[in-house]
Design a protein around this ligand. Structure first.
Ligand SMILES: [Zn+2]
Length: 52
């Protein structure tokens, strides 16, 4: 499981991948529970990565 850094939910990597809810930032992959969380992350990835 991976952690959705936006809402803090546990996310299944395979499921997120199948739904395109994956974002890459500085060579790391991040997984999200919903398009809204992915979008929020992509608007300011540095803030979420630093806060994790
Ligand atoms: Zn989320």
């Amino acid at each position: 499981m991976a952690k959705d850094l936006v809402c803090g939910m546990e996310v299944d990597e395979d499921e997120a991948d199948a739904q395109g809810l994956v974002s890459e930032y500085e060579g790391e992959e991040y997984f999200f529970c919903s398009p809204g969380c992915k979008q929020a992350f992509e608007q300011n990835p540095g803030a979420y990565v630093k806060a994790q």
